[in-house]
Write a protein that binds this ligand. Sequence first.
Ligand SMILES: [Fe+2]
Length: 417
Amino acid sequence: MSDTTLRNATDRVWPEDGVTRVPAWIYSDPEIYAKELKVFHYGKTWNFVGLDCEVPEPNSFKRSWVGERPVIITRDAEGEIHVVENRCAHRGSLLCWKNRGQAKDITCPYHHWTYNLSGDLMGLPFLRGVQGKGGMPRDFDKSKNGLTKLRVAVRGGSIWATYSDEVAPLEEYLGPEILMRLDRLVSRRPLRLLGYSRQIVESNWKLYWENSRDPYHATLMHPFLSTFGILRTDGDYHSVPLQEGRHEYTYSQYDPELKNKTSEASKQIKSIHSDLEVKDKEVVSSVVDEFKDGMMGAFQVFPTILVQQYFNCLVVRHVIPKGVGAHELSWTYFGYADDDETINRLRLKQSNLVGPAGFVSLEDSEVLSLMQPVVESCPDSVQVLEMGGHGTEAQSTMMTETLIRAFYDFYRREMGL
Ligand SMILES: [Fe+2]
């Protein structure tokens, strides 16, 4: 066995120069990955699992994930929301294979053990055996053999779960800046589910986590953004880390005149094709100014989601780790129950901006899946994060890696690296 194989995750040493350097082994070391799941997803965090419009009525369910573990969100007959592991207490079989639907109870396909929607074991076949033979022991206690239940918190239309009894209440975990942004999108009006996109990205989950904290690449790698003036490096833009790097938000004020301005910054971006026009302006401009604040932006709640608003397109990106070298991106598009046809159509049209084939997001999964084998092949290499200086403070620019540095400041403390 090689030295590298024997080396324990805790023996890993972060490079000098702190958070301006990120070692490539964090994207491929299976022990680091296992520790991340334990410390973060199964530790003292609140994990987003879904929206309440995905379980709209009593007796409905939706599959989701916390870390790698499959869970089921249920709404019981009384309307109460629960999150239970999607794992039979008997032999560990996956209980629910359907993405979402209606059910009064959950029956395991393997041996037909049946649970109610709050996860209690209600019954099992041949409990007393057949003709006096077989069956469960007399002292088998159904009340001790239910599904594993997670702690649940609901904020507006968003549903969160945790394995921890010690984590702070959800509102405290999110903090006032995230709460304000979350409430702006999901707490003022009842939500309407518009649809899903799902994709497997063959890269470590943190590469995507960094990507959504990386405004530096946005106008460079996504030509649609700069060409059609959705985002410009010379526009109003703010990158704000929160809770010493745990969460973050970014926002910009949309300026429809930006497209026609040439500046020092626009000259540096090769991807601006000023002779191109979008024929259908509805794709790139907010026809309905529904929030009355001209704000576009995103916020990230560690360790599960990025919530994003492009004009009238509202979407949650759920980042689900799938082994050290892959993650799933689950995109949930939503609007409001009282939306009229005009805005509903706009939301659907503008949803073309994001998702696996989105005009401003398809490049991300491509570049990250090509990056993963490279970082795996050079685990002792380091990445350079000096754009915008060496610090981790909020900055009013896109030309910064402050959000990624702030994330690794937080990450190193929590992981003991
Ligand atoms: Fe991107």
